[in-house]
Design a protein around this ligand. Sequence first.
Ligand code: FAD
Ligand code: MG
Length: 336
Amino acid sequence: MKKILLFLLAFCLVLAASCAEAPKEYIAQITAMDTTASIKVYDAKYSSVADECAELLIKLEAELSVTLTGSRVYHLNKNGSVPVTEHLKALVSISNSVSSATNGAFNPCIYPLVKLWGFTVNGENNVPSDEAIREALIGVTTSQLSLDGNNALISNGGQVDFGGIAKGYAADLIRDNLKAAGVEAALVDLGGNIQTVGTKEDGKLWNIAVNNPNGDGYVCILSVGETAVVTSGADSRYFIGNDGNRYHHIIDPKTGYPADSGLLSVTVVCENAAIADALATACFVLGVDDSLAVLEKFDAEAVFVSKDTVSFTKGLENKFTLDKTVEGEYKTVIID
Ligand code: FAD
Ligand code: MG
């Protein structure tokens, strides 16, 4: 009898173990590029590739950071040239292509101005004098980033900052790595840079919420398939000057001051995440009207949020839902 009971107990344990559901999802989280990044795979058997992708962010940061003294970008800014890696080469080329398409609104040589306003550097943000801005502006507008064989070069003592594009570039690499490993559904969040992979298990679209830059909560939901959804906003990094005004981190390379296009945020939807990232920054500088031809050129769509209006390009018509909490707060406009 005792033997039978023991057998039944063992049988029940085996049954319980086999019935216990294997964990379905896995999230790899890491702090890199001054943001908390998460890579969520919807099948936990891909946990190790998610972890590898998180570690890739640390490697990219070590190569591309403006502040880490050993990085390639640090050496480029200090010496005017540095041997390229595959990543640096790709970033120089995508940055220059978006820069020329946006008439310089996206400028990878913006670092002297970013630093002057106290962003990225450790220390106080401060409103620089007009004279200091004029001086830094000369460096920014006259320097050129280029490739020469196996070297990246920056002319005229300029300084590169890939802060407006590198998270998008990283999202492209992560998407490719996940897909190469067989991942069919994943959500990558690199602080304002969202990348979806595949569709959710049930084949449904992803619902990506766009933050309300005017307050709490969300302004809209975008229902999308596999794509990058990247937001640049005045609300993500800013400081209040002694004059009581608010100064944010997206600099207009024509004026040297924080961009003042009337927009509070721009969200770009585009297959290529690096381009989506660079375009979100550029469109924030350009404003709605000057952004439209650029978006079309890169086959991208966008949502523009100003104080009282949310406008979005026609390609998002069936993907856009205004969040219920902001109904009445914004006028909604479809840009034809
Ligand atoms: P985006 O609009 O995508 O980018 C805005 C950022 O791009 C600005 O912060 C500035 O860096 C740059 N920029 C501003 N105007 C322009 C313009 N007209 N054209 C092109 N670029 C522009 N932050 C820290 O505080 N400390 C760090 O050590 C640090 N290290 C980083 C390392 C890496 C590799 C990366 C990618 C980011 C790092 N950051 C760091 C964050 C970075 O400085 C930016 O603030 C951040 O990437 C902004 O991303 P965003 O998506 O909010 O805005
Ligand atoms: Mg950007």
